[in-house]
Design a protein around this ligand. Structure first.
Ligand SMILES: [Zn+2]
Length: 145
């Protein structure tokens, strides 16, 4: 079967697949949290990983408690908002991503990062992890100890 990436039919299929993946990820994460499964990074190293508090943040959002969600994991709230926005308005989010990438590519310092989004995401996650485990920024840690 030949694939036409830009066709509306394939875009709808991509959205469905993305929605299913997000739903599956949420189901696994929330089930693990309900079963009392702790984060392996936190269990071994005693520090918050970039995702620590993400499921509690999601549950708080489901109750409409944005303040609690942000206190559990602000980055997860932002990333969840981006993911949901992509599902609701994929064309708008794609345009925004292209605009952001073009803006970054114009800067000599940001061009490499714009060409390497996976590396950018890894560095952002590492910086988030470092920030929330810094004593001076302890308010960024999740509530679970
Ligand atoms: Zn964790």
């Amino acid at each position: 079967m030949q694939r036409h990436p830009g066709s509306p039919r394939n875009q709808a299929a991509d959205r469905r697949r993305a929605g299913l993946r997000l739903g599956a990820l949420a189901a696994v994460t929330l089930s693990a949290a309900r079963l009392g499964v702790r984060c392996p990074v936190k269990a071994v190293l005693g520090i918050d990983c970039p995702g620590c508090g993400g499921s509690r943040a999601f549950l708080a959002l489901m109750r409409g408690d944005l303040r609690r969600a942000a206190s559990e994991n602000a980055a997860a709230v932002v990333m969840g908002g981006v993911a949901v926005s992509y599902l609701i308005a994929p064309d708008l989010m794609r345009e925004a991503a292209v605009m952001l990438q073009r803006t970054a590519a114009r800067s000599t310092r940001m061009a490499w990062w714009a060409d390497h989004p996976q590396a950018s995401a890894c560095v952002a996650a590492a910086l988030w992890c470092a920030a929330r485990n810094t004593r001076q920024l302890s308010f960024l840690r999740s509530s679970a100890r």
